[in-house]
Design a protein around this ligand. Structure first.
Ligand code: ZN
Length: 189
């Protein structure tokens, strides 16, 4: 397994739509293993393929020690009720904002064996799944903010982005102190 570099805001790959997976090869299995290792190393609870520079429609999440592999995931049923919660993103370190989303969702995806399954999610898992599926469609949580709040977040990001030359966050090289500094009471996805 390997800890992969994380692409940060400004890398065009974060704005591209992903391509559905047609065959779960050994290489895809390895990518998923690496994504879990990278996410855990970075202390995140979700990670999508574009965040590690890949174009496959794949994400991994791990909320409350419940690791889930999502291949070709789609939200099939969002609830009409909404919930607001603070979000962060491993690709936009140190920036956080409240985002309103459907409170509950049903997500359909494929597992590592190629079997289709559905997961009914509430609370943090529902938020995390929606955040990751957004990544697979080239959407970021900043897109949901008001112009005023998005401008404030981007102004703060301008001060941060110099730490990531080439829009690359070298997670493997970050010291435990650096990773701890990125930690936040609210989760990064
Ligand atoms: Zn994210």
């Amino acid at each position: 397994m390997a800890i992969l570099d994380i692409r940060v805001l400004g890398d065009p790959i974060l704005r591209q739509a992903t391509i559905p997976v047609t065959e779960i090869t050994d290489e895809i299995q390895r990518l998923i293993d690496d994504m879990f290792q990278t996410m855990h190393h970075a202390r995140g609870i979700g990670l999508a393929a574009p965040q590690v520079g890949r174009t496959e429609r794949i994400a991994v999440v791990d909320v409350d020690d419940n690791p889930i592999v999502l291949i070709n995931p789609e939200v099939v049923q969002p609830s009409s009720g909404k919930a607001k919660g603070e979000e962060g993103c491993l690709s936009i370190p140190d920036i956080y904002a409240d985002v309103e989303r459907p409170k509950d969702v049903v997500v359909r995806a494929m597992d590592l064996e190629g079997n289709e399954y559905e997961v009914e999610a509430t609370e943090l898992l529902a938020r995390c799944l929606q955040h990751e599926i957004d990544h697979l469609d080239g959407r970021l949580f900043l897109d949901y903010l008001s112009v005023l709040k998005r401008t404030a977040a981007l102004t703060k990001w301008k001060l941060e982005q110099g730490k990531y030359p080439g829009f690359i966050r070298r997670t493997a090289l970050e010291t435990p102190e650096e990773r701890k500094r990125h930690e936040h009471p609210d989760e990064e996805l």
